[in-house]
Design a protein. Structure first.
Length: 211
């Protein structure tokens, strides 16, 4: 893969996490396959390549589509909350990478959750709650905090809140990958057409995975 492809995949994963957070916060439900992809990415800390973090480009179709819609032509209606989540994730990962103590805490917490997932599953409530706790005690302490907008009937439920936090942790993982590949917010601003074109190309060459 070339660098623009790798960066597009990483950025699409950030958008996918943001979209899923919005879905849960506003409707109480999110596509389970898409959630699985983002959570799996948290546990995949030693991939052979960028695509391997999330399994395949097909697994990020939701994120690729969201990226294209959010960064595409002016005629496309943009979602303010998704944009805000993405910007916040990209900003917070920069702060996180400067905090070695917090990075070590995250690594230990993710390792514990991974061990737990071997006895249950990656999407088991206990595993999700564990990841949510790791997020709350690390990334959530960084400023400015990500304020999730949605319906109180969903955001007042522990199960939904845990899933939102676990997905935000997944978004941070994707944002860190984006940074490791040399991505920056300036590139999104000045090279967004390239990312949109690459995302559209990848969408045209992939098929939705079978659930």
């Amino acid at each position: 893969m070339n660098n623009i492809t790798d960066k597009t995949l990483a950025l699409a994963a950030v958008f996918q996490a943001a979209k899923l957070v919005q879905d849960i916060a506003t409707t109480g439900v999110a596509d389970q396959h898409d959630v699985q992809v983002i959570i799996s990415g948290v546990f995949n800390t030693n991939p052979s390549n960028t695509e391997a973090v999330f399994g395949s480009a097909e697994n990020l179709r939701t994120g690729l589509k969201c990226l294209s819609e959010q960064l595409g032509s002016a005629t496309t209606e943009r979602d303010i909350d998704i944009t805000r989540y993405v910007i916040s994730l990209l900003h917070l990962q920069k702060k996180l990478l400067k905090d070695k103590e917090m990075l070590n805490f995250l690594s230990r917490g993710i390792e514990r959750a991974q061990q737990q997932s071997e006895h249950f599953s990656q999407l088991h409530d206990n595993v999700i709650a564990n990841l949510a706790g790791v997020y709350s005690e690390s990334v959530s302490t960084l400023q400015p905090k990500i304020m999730v907008s949605g319906e109180n009937q969903y955001l007042s439920h522990t199960e939904h809140v845990n899933k939102v936090r676990a997905l935000l942790l997944g978004g941070i993982r994707a944002a860190v990958l984006w940074s490791q590949l040399g991505g920056s917010r300036w590139q999104i601003l000045f090279s967004r057409k390239r990312f949109v074109e690459q995302a559209d190309r990848m969408l045209a060459n992939t098929q939705p995975p079978l659930n």
